[in-house]
Design a protein around this ligand. Structure first.
Ligand SMILES: [Cu+2]
Length: 159
């Protein structure tokens, strides 16, 4: 009879402690998810075999599995001293400075959106050749990938 009133405060204390533990765990989880830095990969890099010896284009996708945005700040290649990032428009193209790689998102270079333009390639590019592309980012370390030369006019599935 007299034991019950003494046990109740202990139970309340235990329940309160558990609630605090759950709140602390939630706060830790939320802050770690929010501050996870950019985590970039470059996939599907290719260069359609150029129809003209004067210029070549490169395409790829940058994925970001991190919780924060990064920015692509430039691209260089081993076949041209003049490698630029261009946005394709209906009639022409224009140079772009930086492009965002959203958190949990991707930045796609494809013939309808963006391309890397490589002026005056220093060697003939034939199907199966490789072109090294180095992508620089505002926050992440630079990434170098080997783009493969595909047939003239090539487009991957889904573009
Ligand atoms: Cu261009």
């Amino acid at each position: 009879m007299s034991a019950a009133p003494r046990r109740t405060p202990m139970l309340l204390l235990a329940a309160g402690g558990m609630a605090i533990a759950v709140i602390v765990a939630l706060v830790l989880w939320a802050s770690s998810a929010a501050s996870r830095p950019p985590d970039l990969r470059v996939v599907g890099a290719y260069v359609p075999q150029p129809a003209s010896p004067d210029v070549a284009a490169a395409y790829f996708t940058v994925t970001n599995s991190g919780g924060e945005q990064d920015e692509l700040t430039g691209v260089t290649s081993d076949v041209s001293a003049e490698t630029m990032m261009h946005r394709s428009t209906a009639q022409t193209m224009e140079m772009v400075g930086t492009l965002p790689v959203p958190a949990h998102g991707r930045l796609v270079f494809d013939p309808g959106r963006y391309h890397v333009m490589m002026e005056k390639p220093t060697r003939r590019l034939r199907q199966g050749d490789h072109v090294a592309l180095t992508l620089s980012f505002r926050r992440s370390a630079a990434i170098t990938v080997e783009a493969i030369v595909k047939p003239v006019g090539y487009r991957p599935d889904g573009t």
